[in-house]
Design a protein around this ligand. Structure first.
Ligand code: FE2
Length: 466
């Protein structure tokens, strides 16, 4: 029996029991939480009774109930869905079901069981059985990544770095042409997207992870390369065909071309933009669209993504304020990839966020901003802990994700390099969490800004100068 503490949602899981601490008597709860935080040994039912929880029957009455989705009724408090958070159609939990449509949403998803809190909402009828009796909780099956790789990230990085450099030069040339008022030559873009696509076929995450690393100076150009790679990977994950995937990649490479005509003092301003400056920035989709209309050989998908990659599903985006059904698949793909790269990259006014934390934040914004299904596919294409994410393992060691597992989104390979117990660097060691013999697991993300390891990118990439 293992103990898992999930502090952010205030749920304590004891393997076979899930208990909402708020339901316990206050002093017992504190004792209970202290014991969980400080005890490395499993807490037995006897210990739970000693901690002030009167009887196991009491415990069972206050614990959360796992029920089948077909047992859901309006008025129940949905505490948590079982399975990956990516399958959660609400991207949230902890609310009372007030509308039958919410139940329909769950029934239409792949979720089979949920946890309800009968202290906060309706219980199941007496006589109905819960999905799993306490003590028979099943391990959730690990999810498989949709892609297969032929070479490791480490083996592809060198080649990916060359493709990134070549792509950046091509994007710079296109921006230069646009600034000069010349028609933009997009012929090179086709070949570059082929190279990027081939790299992603060999190793789905190498080039994507590398393209995230950029200096504030070359942000605009490398952002185009990164969004191109992310759009190719996501298109593959969505099973788009080769021609559609190539079009999506070209659209990614060109999506911000309109920034070529935005004054550099606004584009590279190392501080918060004024309202007037932001109004100027917001013209870049239309400017880019106009530039490409006067260039030859640009397909409709690229034109659409250039114009609509800042639209949001709730209609609050720009330039046209389109709503969900009015935004195309490609523009929705572009919007997700654009935001992910923007928030994970170093900018003149802020350091990039950790990749895993960025996905968590984007999941919070999904409602109203992104298409949830496409965002789920995006997370599957990168992993819940994308390469370069800083994580803490159950042993207390810190490590960085260096490779995804083909078997589970939750069990990547980690290069550990720091002991939080001794507060010292330790000799780097690679641990494959998906190996059956591995006892370690990820217990949480860590904020790189707090730890401030200067060589974090070098640790996972092995490349100097990043
Ligand atoms: Fe943009």
């Amino acid at each position: 029996m293992c103990i898992v503490v999930q502090a952010d949602s205030a749920v304590i899981s004891l393997g076979e029991f899930k208990i909402a601490p708020v339901c316990l008597r206050e002093e017992a709860r504190h004792a209970f939480e202290r014991s969980v935080w400080t005890n490395r040994e499993p807490i037995t039912p006897r210990q739970r009774v000693r901690l002030g929880i009167d009887t196991i029957t009491t415990l069972r009455n206050i614990m959360l109930k796992k029920i089948n989705v077909n047992q859901l009724i309006v008025g129940m408090y949905l505490h948590e869905v079982c399975g990956s958070w990516m399958e959660n159609p609400f991207w949230k939990s902890g609310f009372i079901i007030t509308d039958p449509k919410e139940i329909q949403k769950i029934l239409a998803s792949s979720i089979s069981d949920v946890w309800i809190d009968n202290a906060k909402g309706f219980d199941i009828s007496s006589g109905e059985s819960v999905a799993d009796e306490p003590g028979s909780a099943q391990d959730e099956k690990p999810e498989a990544l949709p892609q297969t790789k032929t070479v490791s990230v480490a083996d592809e990085l060198e080649r990916a770095a060359q493709i990134c450099a070549k792509s950046k030069r091509a994007v710079m040339a296109m921006f230069q042409e646009a600034r000069m008022g010349a028609a933009v030559n997009t012929a090179d873009a086709q070949k570059l997207v082929e190279d990027i696509s081939d790299s992603i076929n060999r190793s789905p995450n190498a080039l994507i992870s590398l393209a995230r690393l950029k200096s504030a100076d070359d942000y605009t150009y490398m952002h185009s390369v990164a969004v191109c790679a992310l759009m190719v990977a996501l298109s593959k994950c969505l099973h788009l065909d080769k021609a559609q995937t190539r079009s999506a990649g070209i659209a990614g490479l060109l999506h911000d071309l309109g920034k070529a005509v935005i004054p550099l003092e606004i584009l590279g301003k190392p501080g918060k933009l004024t309202d007037e400056e932001f109004t100027v920035i917001k013209t870049h989709p239309k400017e880019g669209h106009q530039l490409l209309l006067s260039s030859s050989g640009v397909d409709d998908i690229a034109l659409d993504v250039v114009l609509h990659h800042h639209e949001k599903t709730d209609g609050s985006g720009f330039p046209e304020g389109l709503k969900d059904s009015e935004i195309t698949l490609y523009a929705k793909i572009g919007a997700i990839c654009d935001v992910y790269d923007a928030i994970t990259s170093n900018r003149p006014y802020k350091a990039g966020w950790d990749p895993s934390e960025s996905l968590r934040k984007m999941a919070e914004w999904t409602h109203g901003h992104f298409d949830p299904k496409i965002f789920q596919a995006f997370v599957k294409s990168l992993g819940i802990y994308p390469i370069g994410s800083l994580v803490r393992l159950s042993s207390g060691r810190l490590g960085i994700v260096i490779e995804q597992s083909e078997h589970s989104l939750l069990q990547p390979s980690i290069k550990v390099f720091y002991s939080t117990y001794a507060n010292v660097r330790i000799p780097p060691e690679i641990i494959d969490l998906s190996r059956k013999s591995c006892k370690e697991k990820i217990v949480g993300r860590e904020d790189p800004a707090i730890w401030n390891f200067p060589d974090l990118n070098e640790i996972w990439s092995g490349l100097k100068g990043y």
